[in-house]
Structure formats: C-alpha cells, structure tokens
Design a protein around this ligand. Structure first.
Ligand code: SAH
Length: 194
C-alpha cells in the first residue's frame, strides 16, 4: 500500500502526543521541584528519545536523505501500527490525566508530590512507559523505513531499563512503605487485570 498512509497515521499520532502533553507540561512546570535526580545519563537518554521519535521521522518524511532505507508498506503492519497508536494514545492521555501535577519529564519529586495509585495507576505501575512502548511499536510498524521506523523502539528498550531502577528507588525513598506496598500489588508495564 502507499507508504503515505503509514506516514500520515504516524504524523497524527505524534501531533496527538504533543497536544496531550503540552497542557500538562505547562501546568506541572509551575510547581516547584523539591528534589531532582536528573543526571547526565538521563539527559543523554532524553536526547536520544527526542532524536529517534522526532528528528529522524521528520527527516525521513520531509527529505530524501533516508530514502535508501525505505521499504514497501503492507496492510497488516499498517493496521497493527494504527491499533498500537490508538491504544498508546489513550493510555498516554489517561496516565497524564491521572498523574496530574506530579508529572515530570525527568526524575523529580515536586512540592506536595502525591503518590498516585488510582486510575490507570491502580493496575500498572508505569502506564506512561507502557503507552510509550505502544507508540514506539506503532512508529516501527507505520514508518516503512529501516532507520526512522525501529530506532525509537530500540531507544526505548535501552532507556527504560536504565530509568526504572532509579525512578523506583526515588519513589521508595520518598514514599517508603506506601510505595513498597504499591510495588507488591502491581506490575511494572503489564496491567493487572484479574
Ligand atoms: N513511571 C510513570 C511516570 C512517568 S513520569 C509512568 O510510566 O506512568 C516520571 C515522574 O513521575 C517521576 O519523576 C516521578 O516523580 C513521577 N511518578 C512516577 N510514578 C508515580 C506515582 N505512582 N505517583 C506519583 N508520581 C509518580
């Protein structure tokens, strides 16, 4: 099928992500940070994620620079990618709404930070990361380019194991047993549905 169907679906998904995140970034940015654990590695990983989800796709869509890595788009990956994007966007929206003013792009505890264990957080400990995983899968299926398609997924697979440990340690240091009990009753990325 025409690769532009995949590119168009990806563009809609990327713009939706930005539209969902923008008001949360603005609102939570007004709440002061009490403790930041943003190190050099964290900054490097955030840059890597931005390059692979924004810059490489824009280059591959808007210029011929990466066209040597293009391949044909097929119907099944297109449908699978669209389904992953739809599920990912819903969860991305819900996790931002449930986390509210406690959200940060990096590892930080805000003033009056509250431990959120309701909404989608009742069933998954890291729903936003699950949503990003789904959106990275969507990108890999929708962009039929061997570089711009899968690299965000690879960046995610590198970033999140390195981030989860320090994030959970920070939450445990801040919320103690309350977080410990939450860890016991939830899984990291897979919802507890029974
Ligand atoms: N890992 C979570 C949140 C990602 S945003 C998810 O995937 O949904 C990252 C910030 O969220 C961290 O800096 C931390 O301060 C905050 N955070 C993570 N889990 C939280 C929770 N259950 N309640 C409140 N804040 C949380």
């Amino acid at each position: 099928m025409n690769p532009w169907f995949g590119k168009a679906a990806f563009i809609v998904s990327l713009i939706s992500m930005m539209v969902i995140r923008a008001p949360h970034g603005k609102r939570s940015g007004q709440v002061k940070i009490r403790e930041s654990r943003k190190g050099r590695l964290e900054i490097a990983l955030l840059v890597l994620m931005s390059i692979t989800t924004l810059i490489l796709p824009v280059i591959s869509i808007a210029s011929p620079l990466l066209s040597f890595a293009d391949y044909g788009l097929r119907v099944f990956p297109f449908l699978l990618g669209s389904a992953c994007a739809a599920m990912g966007l819903w969860l991305f929206y819900r996790s931002h709404a449930d986390l509210g003013l406690n959200w940060s792009i990096s590892l930080a505890i805000r003033q009056k930070h509250q431990l959120v264990t309701g909404g989608v957080y009742e069933r998954i400990r890291h729903p936003m990361y699950t949503s990003i995983f789904l959106l990275a899968l969507a990108q890999a299926f929708l962009l039929s380019n061997w570089i711009a398609g899968p690299l965000y997924l690879l960046a995610f697979l590198l970033t999140f194991p390195l981030r989860l440990g320090p994030e959970e340690r920070m939450m445990l240091d801040t919320f103690g047993d309350e977080y410990g009990a939450y860890v016991k009753r939830t899984k990291r990325l897979i919802p507890n549905i029974w």
